[in-house]
Ligand binder design. Structure first.
Ligand code: ZN
Length: 289
């Protein structure tokens, strides 16, 4: 079963669904742990379920669900911190003042309050009265790193859903760089100039993190190349790298490359001589290509 758009463990998913299906979803919820984007994604999923008009909420297809998914539902409001990381007292007042206005379109109105740090006690106390006695239609979801950052009075009025250990945000730029590098290496494996791979792999000399990020992507490219060979259908990802490998290499050779990747990865994980690993990558990848 897929729970919303974020990967959460099954028992948490079941807890949330049970609460939704019960028709008595708590009016104040705290989502803690995980990363900021995971918390926000789960909060949005719950908000979607709360505004959904189907019995099987979130159905994903009703007008409410579609607007929620597009972040344009008028009854889902997201409040965040200011640039300095403070959830301002004025913002808290804004929330409180708007709660008395009935929902526009749905039967419910959902407030998502996202925090990356602590919320000042002043702001929390402004919200407290509303959390204690919210209108029937109003739901509050506080997405924060840890419940420990909130006042006991707020926690005691809320149901806590925990995403487990706190995680740092995935670094998208580094991930893009790893994919770019892996594509260049893959193409160099089958290029006519055997020194291309040495040139492309030179970036690893000063960047271990890039090596660690690019290796699994290379593995993916090779698996995709095997699929291309098996199905004859080109691969749309990886900038043509998988297709290039599929065109020039046999299935057996692709299998060997995949094995080499795994060996290099385990060598890296076991702290083998790093420069030697890069050299091995260059020689093994070019050998018998
Ligand atoms: Zn729906």
């Amino acid at each position: 079963m897929i729970y919303f758009n974020t990967d959460i463990n099954m028992s948490l998913g079941e807890d949330i669904f049970a609460a939704l299906r019960s028709g008595r979803f708590p009016h104040s919820v705290i989502i803690e742990g995980g990363s900021h984007s995971k918390r926000l994604s789960l909060a949005k999923g719950i908000a979607q379920a709360l505004v959904c008009s189907s019995d099987e909420a979130p159905c994903g297809t009703c007008a409410h669900c579609r607007k929620a998914a597009a972040d344009i539902h008028p009854d889902i409001e997201i409040y965040t911190e200011d640039k300095k990381g403070n959830f301002a007292a004025d913002t808290a007042r804004e929330v409180v003042n708007s709660v008395s206005i009935i929902p526009n379109e749905a039967d419910s109105k959902v407030y998502i309050l996202t925090l990356t740090g602590e919320m000042s006690p002043v702001s929390q106390n402004i919200l407290l009265k509303t959390l204690e006695e919210p209108p029937k239609y109003a739901f509050f979801i506080v997405a924060c790193p840890s419940r420990a950052d909130l006042l006991d009075t707020v926690i005691s009025r809320s149901r806590v859903f925990s995403l487990g250990e706190q995680e740092s945000e995935p670094d998208e730029e580094a991930a893009d760089e790893a994919v770019r590098t892996a594509c260049l290496i893959a193409k160099a494996i089958v290029s006519d100039n055997e020194f291309d791979i040495v040139r492309e792999a030179a970036v690893f000399e000063k960047d271990k993190a890039l090596f660690a990020g690019a290796l699994p992507v290379l593995g993916e490219i090779i698996v995709e190349a095997m699929k291309v060979k098996a199905t004859g259908t080109g691969c749309e990802r990886f900038d043509g790298a998988a297709d290039a490998l599929a065109m020039r290499l046999t299935l057996a050779r692709l299998g060997e490359l995949e094995k080499i990747i795994r060996e290099l990865k385990s060598g890296f994980d076991n702290n083998r001589n790093y420069n030697l690993l890069i050299t091995r990558l260059c020689t093994l990848f070019r050998a018998n290509t």
